[in-house]
Design a binder for this molecule. Structure first.
Ligand SMILES: C[S@@+](CC[C@H](N)C(=O)[O-])C[C@H]1O[C@@H](n2cnc3c(N)ncnc32)[C@H](O)[C@@H]1O
Length: 282
């Protein structure tokens, strides 16, 4: 199965073993580096490339990926994705290269690619990246590429990217700063004070608002901060459980509290997302 990959995305990829630039093999089945040893990484049948050096797996499980896919496809977070795309349109040119660090199953990456940006998404979860690559293929997005890789060690060349987006995923600021061009932007989306309060009230006896973040990535300045605040109405137990499974609370909640969602068929809850935009200083 031969692969095509956008030239500008290809030029930005670096070998995870030796940091040399990558190129497409002659049969277009693999990415190979330009070093004498030619480290070689094959495209999986789903269309992604595993550029992680360890084989220990990690990242979201198949079930978590399925929950997120089902939830995001309902359109409930479309306004979050629109807000991320507006940030990109406001700060970088169309066709600019965006790294989606911790891209999950590619919902945000593919919507950014549809808006005209070149997007390379990386995630530690093979299941998530496989979904992302299938989504890009289904949507005919030749300007999106997906690879398995850690956000702490991106297979991306220094100073090659116009933007890094980091949506509810681990934030590796120093690594994002390395791959950004001078003047490039980092957009970090995280939960605001009221995020999912309605859901939390169903589960916990006492609920707390989220704390605001004040950390500042080194070598960057805060340019902009946008709040996306609206209510969503969920009308099935399956979607309520999908949303819950996407949250960090899922892993720290007792079976007894989780059971409170059994038989719950409707839920109104707040979506409150902050998108902080930083610029890399030259
Ligand atoms: C909450 S999900 C968010 C996914 C996606 N950005 C979204 O909002 O739909 C967090 C993602 O980070 C990934 N992840 C966790 N640790 C990672 C790491 N060190 N490097 C890359 N991805 C990681 C998980 O596999 C998961 O897909």
């Amino acid at each position: 199965m031969n692969r095509r990959i956008d030239e500008r995305i290809l030029d930005s990829l670096s070998c995870p073993c030796c940091s040399e630039q990558m190129r497409l093999s002659e049969d277009e089945r693999s990415l190979v580096c330009r070093a004498p040893r030619r480290h070689c990484f094959d495209f999986a049948s789903a269309g992604y490339v595993n550029l992680a050096l360890t084989h220990s797996g990690g990242g979201d499980s198949k079930d978590a990926v399925r929950s997120r896919t089902e939830f995001l496809e309902s359109g409930a977070y479309e306004r979050v994705s629109d807000a991320v795309n507006s940030v990109l349109s406001d700060y970088i040119s169309e066709g600019g290269l965006v790294i989606d660090a911790g891209c999950g199953e590619g919902y945000y990456s593919c919507r950014a690619a549809r808006a005209g940006f070149r997007v390379a998404g990386f995630d530690l979860s093979k299941d998530a990246v496989a979904q992302a690559a299938k989504r890009a293929k289904r949507e005919g997005l030749a300007n999106a590429f997906f690879g398995v890789g850690s956000v702490f060690s991106l297979p991306v060349a220094d100073s090659s990217s116009d933007a890094v987006v980091n949506i509810f995923a681990p934030c590796a600021e120093a690594e994002y700063c390395r791959v950004l061009k001078n003047g490039g932007i980092l957009a970090v989306a995280y939960a605001g004070r009221e995020h999912l309060m309605g859901l939390k009230r169903k589960i916990y006896d006492s609920v707390y608002t989220n704390e605001s973040r004040s950390d500042m990535p080194e070598g960057m300045e805060l340019l902009d901060e946008r709040r996306v605040l609206y209510d969503i109405e969920l009308s099935s137990e399956a979607q309520i459980k999908n949303l819950f499974a996407m949250t960090p609370y899922y892993w720290r909640t007792s079976a007894e509290d989780k059971n409170k969602l059994e038989g719950l068929n409707s839920l109104r809850t707040e979506v409150d997302i902050i998108i902080a935009v930083y610029r890399k200083n030259g």
